[in-house]
Design a protein. Structure first.
Length: 229
């Protein structure tokens, strides 16, 4: 955790007064579950808080930046910015993936690179920052880490991998593509879905997400990348 503190100070000039908040933000449920006797807290509650403050700050940013855009367009833009894949990218940019504590099984299955886990981690960090500092500090961090990419137009388009997969496969004739939910975990406010995509009855890809639609897109992306190589 000391290395994380050093990284936050060096990159962002941040010093946490309450180290336990930082510890909790970077503790995944899988790690907490493997150490139940130690009664370690995990980051789901902080994620819930971070999600709320992130939505608020991005909403305010978009409202002021686009004074003539209708509510529907603003909502779409916000969804692009705060979607799971985007937040995971920001977490990687901040090198948060190096510091998250995972259970052994989650680590072995590639959890350190999973968008779902990293997106949740980024939100949990925002929640911890809010509690340790204030909303202005969170806003400053978001404007430092996220807004430059938003300004650069990195979120103008969201790739629809379900459509891309269908178009790729239909070149060779009709195919049956089915998406199946294989697992559903987490509390009501932070559900996580696992989805498998079957091509003509054979499993071709899998993905996870905080909604069925996001999980289906991740599964389609997995299958598309495999089928296109």
């Amino acid at each position: 955790m000391e290395h994380l503190k050093d990284a936050l100070l060096e990159q962002f000039g941040l010093v946490f007064e309450d180290s336990s908040l930082l510890e909790t933000a970077f503790t995944h449920t899988s790690y907490a579950n493997e150490h139940r006797l130690l009664k370690i807290s995990h980051n789901e509650r902080l994620e819930f808080l971070g999600d709320a403050v992130l939505q608020l700050i991005i909403s305010e940013y978009l409202y002021k930046k686009y004074p003539k855009k209708p509510e529907g367009d603003l909502s779409k833009l916000r969804s692009m910015i705060v979607r799971e894949e985007s937040l995971a990218g920001f977490a990687r940019d901040c090198q948060f993936d190096q510091f998250i504590k995972l259970g052994r099984g989650e680590e072995k299955s590639g959890g350190r690179n999973r968008d779902t886990i990293l997106g949740d981690l980024f939100e949990a960090f925002l929640g911890a920052l809010l509690l340790d500092k204030d909303v202005e500090t969170v806003k400053d961090f978001i404007y430092q880490v996220m807004i430059p990419k938003v300004e650069a137009g990195d979120f103008e388009q969201v790739t629809d991998y379900k459509t891309k997969l269908q178009e790729l496969l239909q070149v060779n004739g009709d195919v049956e593509i089915v998406y199946q939910v294989t697992d559903e975990t987490g509390p009501a406010h932070a559900k996580n879905f696992a989805v498998a995509v079957l091509i003509n009855g054979q499993k071709a890809g899998q993905g996870q997400g905080r909604s069925k639609k996001l999980a289906e897109q991740e599964a389609a992306k997995d299958a598309f990348e495999k089928e296109s190589h």
